[in-house]
Ligand binder design. Sequence first.
Ligand SMILES: [Zn+2]
Length: 317
Amino acid sequence: MGILENTACILCKENTVETVQEIETEAISTLYKDRLGISIASEFHSHKTIQYVKCNSCNLHFFTPICNGSSAFYELLQEKQDFYYNSNRYEFFFAKNFIDPSHHVLEIGAGSGYFADLLATKNYTGLEYNDKAIENAAKRNVTLINQSIQDFAKTHQEEFDVVCNFQVLEHVPNPNEFINACLETLKKGGLLIIGIPSANSILTNNKNHVLNFPPHHITRWFNDTCYHFETIFNVEVVDIHNEPVPKKLHKNLLTNRLTERVLNLFYTKKHIFVNDTFAHKVEKIIRKLITKVGLVKRVKEGKYPFGESVILILRKK
Ligand SMILES: [Zn+2]
């Protein structure tokens, strides 16, 4: 398939975007219904199909037209998944190493403010849209502000030593604008820390991974896109760190790897959506087989370097 006219990359803005797969929105709605039990059809407005595209300049993968989740969608999701805000994420502990007690820290999409709990600094500001999460944080004396980074940046230029966001960027409809707003609030030489799901990981970037589709995720991030930040923004890449695969996910890792291998025999390798009745069946059989044969204990720790998240450490020039 050729370059899509009139579609610029939402990260680097180049007109070098091409379709990887065209997907019917009804099929994605059915996937959410079957796998998570939630109805999301209205989230796609009147769009019958959605394009999964990649940018040939920065390799960002994203879905267009942009259908990012409404607040009603996130409320539904929270009801179904009480683990939605996690207090001890690997990325929190990794990011914490870059923050001194004297630093002024801004976090965007702070959730219930669990990252603030881990920090020694008293100079913490968090932005969050979810009122329930804000209430939750207030109970633990973490004050969060319900405001967008774009609005907040207008009155807080070059104020912070560290600006961070975890599991936010992949939900954002305009990542270019979002990152530039983050950078405006940073002092020169300050750090922007971003935690996102890694598209290099088979734990998150496998076929029919429901939460990796719109309206939940809009974008998919490979490591090479992360290295591209230096050419798009006024930053220097300090580190791109992939979370290792923890032992408790070894079974998922094996299941996803083997399922993907089988599905690739029947479908185009780079396609991310396939018949879900078939995909779900294959996955179930493989999971059972893995248990029966006792394959999990044969997974060597550290052999698969790409865990669920990747953490970017960027310095503002
Ligand atoms: Zn691009």
